[in-house]
Design a protein around this ligand. Sequence first.
Ligand code: FAD
Length: 426
Amino acid sequence: MDRIVVVGGGLAGGRAVVELREQGFSGTITLVGAEEHRPYDRPPLSKAVLSGRTDDTTLPLDLDSAELLLGRHATALRPGVLETDGGPVEFDGLVLATGAAPVRLPGAPEQRVLRTIDDARALREELRPGARLAIVGAGWIGAEVATHAAAHGVTVTVVEAGATPLLAALGPEIGGHTMPWYEQAGIELRVGTAVAEIRADGLELAGGEFLPADIVVVGVGVRPDVRWLESSGLLLDRGVVVDEWLSAVPGAGDAAGGGAASGYRPGTVVATGDCAAWWSRRYERRMRVEHWECAQESPRVAVATLLRSLAGGEPAPGEAGADSDSVYNPVPYFWSQQFGRMVQFAGLPGPDSTLVLRGDPTAVAPAGAKRAPGWSAGWFAPDGRMVALVTVARPLDMVAGRRMLLADAAPDAAKFADPDIALKEL
Ligand code: FAD
């Protein structure tokens, strides 16, 4: 076992390199990353970088023992060989960590998005007082960009196709409670408004109206960056399909014959971070998230699977009797800082969940205080288990709540609804 190649130089790829060494791999590690930069952190891009508090978010990861092929794109994959735009790279084991790329909308070929440090620096330069900014999408990124732009004196309009901000992530009730935040920040929020076309000088709205803007930012979500794997023989389904151990699953109808005949030894190709669609034992469904914590934590499991497989460990991941402690089985967790509030979200609401508020989302700031008091909300399954939690400026609720979610706890809903009772007491 000589060479492990990591594709993708983001958090997940960088963490995979560190994990390989920490878990005892002494062979050659090659990191192939499309960006010229060493792995850097993305959450600060729409926060500290846009606000000018920092300009460099390089991750403090020890990558000295790895060969870094930066500015190099992986273009195709077959068993044992990664094709790149700088020539083929052979491997014994492979970590796929190519993350996700922003969705573009119909219209201008060049559309401003916020995914890279270069995007963030360029956008910051444009955010001058008096400039007119149109943001498409009131999701996490749109809200954070709006926050900083408005604070810089930019005139901001946010156009959202859904009925509320954060609709897909948090549902209409919680999303609706964030709408006043836009107004309080002096931002025009236009919900239920579809964009027909992105133009360099503004937005063509579906009803025919034109919204002029000096800067247009498209923040309508991302897609896993896996198109380059289409002829690889690996199964793709809105991401790289991996099992509970994060081992890639060969596809059925590939050029190499598919399935077991595809030539990939089980467990020797793993995927981690935003590009991985893993089987969740906890939720009994396939999951893929775009959460920092997944890119931080899942490389540990992916690398353990890879090293075990390369060492000829039996049984292979996914087989009966395989080590069930080493599966990737998180409760998803995400945070966002918007409009002066820390918003945290954990868990997975079900279609039959009941929402229970904890505190008053409509409360106004008391005299002399800068902000309204925080609040939280929990989603409860019909059997009484709390399955998801959102907290707004109540970080202690999230600390206790995440423990409860991990433990499948069923707190008393009436007590949960009382913000004066600490969650850790329930
Ligand atoms: P990425 O960070 O996308 O890295 C993948 C890397 O692979 C990229 O450098 C890409 O260029 C490279 N690559 C792609 N294709 C190829 C190829 N073919 N060959 C070689 N290299 C390739 N999460 C939170 O939980 N909280 C937050 O507050 C938060 N804020 C965010 C703010 C912003 C602006 C952004 C963009 C994301 C934010 N996230 C947040 C999400 C979080 O940053 C991501 O989940 C995390 O970065 C995913 O890491 P990753 O390594 O899997 O993928």
